[in-house]
Design a protein around this ligand. Structure first.
Ligand code: SAM
Ligand code: SF4
Length: 451
């Protein structure tokens, strides 16, 4: 069967399925699995273990029309400074709940635009978090950087605190596309920030691109890919643009009729893959690319790729602690999301408690499905033997799942050592396959396109 026929037969071009950055997806979190669980689960983090910390900064000076991230526009730094004061209070409250000997092996600042902070405010925030939870020897400290909103002083502050990975938003360099998505950003500005970071010794660099944007063509996207490959980041994330104006109101500024259709989206994704592979990158999972020198590449080679809310990661920590409005924490027992509205988040912290307002407690069956989904998303495989070893009480269910995958998706899997493996040409279907396994899919309300 032709690749396109196989993909369309199993619904790639029509399916609305989750991105599976977590299992279960965040729209399954329930009210009430909040503060009590958050405190219990923080206390239960094992003594001496390493944790990942995520800090959410929900502010931007400009609000790009395409953006689906949780953020709000601000013209002044007053609300940002007030928010950081509360964040520092939250850090103290979380610290008090955690066992003493915990170390931090990851710190990621995302948003929104973390680089909106003044250098003084950024240094105060970083001082608080690094004092509260000491770094492990090989701690990765990464920050999302908008090149149009990143002063040299601010970048120097990040470097002073050990920044070793920068994640820079690009999306597309074509002026017509930039105009249609409300994000003007010149090549020179981006190259300037990349060179500054390189000269400052920041070794890890990822760039984000989007395919499926209005007016994007194969020709224009090829130019963007060339500019990006010339900057030689060790990692790239190339996401499909999710047009969800019912969730992200600013996207109403983007006209649906200007968007490429699903077939064209797929071709843009394939174009990016061919271009980057020819440039020496390896495709990682469904939307990342990495050079052999990158830790993500090495994790993929070792079969240790993981999935978290930022997408693919080599982070092996069991506990991820999210700080700030809407931030999600993950523990071995389940998930907790902080209050989403900045005001509600601030009220909770000011009242002296933690900020969790909803979450999810993992049942044994969820752990099995989460393991299958992660295996599919990270390795395109269904490792029946490994699953049997980890979930001996579910051997029967695991085997029935393998049989139903083979029956439901003929031509998609082949028998491999220890289980099943998706054939290379069927891999774009992996989210569709994961949603088949996901017992909750029928209840999902609205998700992004599968490609
Ligand atoms: C928090 S945002 C950007 C960080 C920083 N403020 C910037 O502008 O560079 C992180 C990434 O999410 C991705 N993203 C945002 N909205 C998206 C959407 N609607 N569909 C897919 N990816 C999206 C973009 O690639 C973006 O670079
Ligand atoms: S892409 Fe970045 S700068 Fe633009 S709205 Fe989203 S978070 Fe803000």
């Amino acid at each position: 069967m032709e690749k396109n026929d196989l993909l369309s037969k199993f619904g790639l071009f029509d399916a609305k399925v989750p991105r599976y950055t977590s299992y279960p997806p965040a729209n399954h979190f329930q009210n009430g699995v909040g503060v009590r669980r958050q405190a219990d689960w923080l206390k239960a983090v094992p003594e001496g273990s390493e944790v990942s910390i995520y800090i959410h900064i929900p502010f931007c000076k400009r609000l790009c029309w395409f953006c689906a991230c949780r953020t709000q526009g601000t013209k002044t730094l007053r609300p940002v400074d007030a928010y950081v004061d509360i964040l520092r209070q939250e850090i103290a409250q979380v610290r008090a709940a955690l066992p003493q000997s915990v170390r931090m092996s990851r710190l990621h600042l995302g948003g929104g635009t973390p680089t909106i902070l003044s250098p003084e405010t950024m240094e105060a925030l970083l001082g608080t978090v690094f004092d509260a939870i000491p770094k492990s020897a090989d701690c990765e400290f990464s920050v999302e950087i908008d090149p149009t909103e990143a002063s040299e002083e601010l970048l120097n502050s990040l470097v002073k605190f050990g920044l070793n990975r920068a994640s820079i938003g690009v999306q597309d360099f074509e002026p017509k596309v930039q105009k249609a998505i409300g994000r003007q950003q010149s090549l020179e500005q981006t190259v300037g920030v990349v060179e500054f970071l390189h000269n400052a010794g920041v070794a890890g660099l990822n760039l984000d691109l989007l395919y499926g944007l209005p007016h994007q063509t194969a020709e224009s996207f090829r130019k963007t890919l060339k500019h990006v490959a010339d900057m030689r980041p060790d990692r790239l994330a190339i996401y499909g643009y999710a047009h969800v104006p019912w969730m992200s109101k600013r996207q109403v500024m983007i006209k649906a009729e200007d968007l490429p259709d699903n077939q064209s989206r797929f071709e843009l994704a394939e174009l990016a893959k061919a271009h980057l592979v020819a440039e020496g990158y390896k495709a990682i999972g469904i939307d990342h690319f990495a050079l052999p020198s990158d830790s993500l590449f090495m994790a993929a080679e070792r079969g240790q790729l993981r999935r978290n809310f930022q997408g693919y990661t080599d982070d092996q920590c069991e506990s991820l602690i999210g700080l700030g409005a809407s931030a999600i924490s993950k523990f071995s027992q389940g998930f907790v999301q902080n209050a989403v509205a900045t005001s509600a988040y601030q009220e909770r912290i000011q009242s002296g408690g933690l900020a969790g307002h909803k979450g999810y407690e993992m049942a044994c069956q969820d752990e099995l499905v989460a393991a299958i989904v992660e295996d599919l998303m990270c390795r395109f495989s269904f490792r029946e033997e490994a699953l049997n070893n980890r979930f001996p009480q579910s051997i029967d269910v695991i085997h029935r799942t393998a049989i139903s995958l083979m029956n439901r998706f003929p031509g998609v899997f082949r028998i491999a050592s220890g289980g099943l493996e998706m054939v290379a040409e069927a891999r774009p279907l992996v989210r569709v396959i994961a949603s088949f396994v996901d017992q909750f899919t029928s209840q999902h309300v609205a998700h992004s396109s599968a490609i």
